[in-house]
Design a protein around this ligand. Sequence first.
Ligand SMILES: [Cu+2]
Length: 138
Amino acid sequence: MQFNERAPDDAIREERSGGFVSTRSRLMLAALAGLMTLALSACGTGDSSTPARAADTDGPTVAIEDLAFAPETLTVAAGDTVTWVWKDGTIAHDVAGDDFQSEVMSEGTFRHRFDEPGTFDYVCSLHPNMTATIEVAR
Ligand SMILES: [Cu+2]
């Protein structure tokens, strides 16, 4: 009777009051299991159709690795906070824009909120060929 342990209590009670034929019970349990699977997959679909919620939680991110910013161009919405994550071992970098500037460092993160729509170019001041852009959409 292992399947009983996995069924909700309500389902078990219903089964016991309504029937006594074990085959019928098993069929109903199978049907219940099918419904639960459907419900679970419906939930999964709902989650994946709302990526904006996950983005709100985690925020847009730029990795600093291999002497480059990745992605080189990142598009965000006005009001988004971008997080740069240092992932280049012991190589030090910074994030230098017109109105945002991180420390020179080799680990950790830097965050800046972009309130105004526009195109914001920035570089690493230690490696001027490390150029990248934040595009802030409306
Ligand atoms: Cu650099």
